[in-house]
Write a protein that binds this ligand. Sequence first.
Ligand code: SF4
Ligand code: SF4
Length: 208
Amino acid sequence: MAAFFIKKLTMLENYIKYLNFLDGKLSKFFTEQKPYIFCKEGCSRCCKHAQFPYTSIEMTYLLTGLLNLDRETRNIVTQNVVKILEEESSFEGEKFRYDCPFLIQDSCSVYQYRGILCRTFGLPAQANDGALLMPFCCYEGLNYSNVFDIDKNKVSEVKVKAVNSEFEPCGFNISYEYLTNPDIGREFNFSFGERKPLIYWFKQKGKY
Ligand code: SF4
Ligand code: SF4
């Protein structure tokens, strides 16, 4: 039994090392792309109306964050989860979408423990053909909207010149599939495990 917990703990420590590595890269990307980024405190559109995929190791770390919250905040998250699960139980469509239960007053209550996808919100991804895939909020007047021409579906050179940035807008290899690739887990000595939308982890575990 002790060996099982030690193995779990070591996996989590190795996952945190991977997160530190990833955060270092993402922080550099966000810094370079700063003239195009409009993320600010209180903006939480990317935490709403989505599915939020989580692998097993991400979920374990997220639950560590939940346990570290003060009782009052933890209760709010718990109530959010219960409410979402109630809505889900009567949902009949294909993809159930919801606001993240950890979002409280437009702020992430478990920021340090948030999942991998949450860390990449707001950056453009690069498609296989080299095209930039803008974050959804670009189309809502936020990230990259100052240089992206929606009608032409491409970055406007004229607008980029006007921004006068040292760095061009560019896409990054930040797909969730890539960042949770089993090879990465092997490299850092942990396993991502099963993947499913955040709320279904609570459903299966019956935690609430
Ligand atoms: S975990 Fe935090 S950052 Fe991620 S979707 Fe939820 S509230 Fe947003
Ligand atoms: S990624 Fe977009 S929606 Fe999310 S905080 Fe940044 S600007 Fe707001």
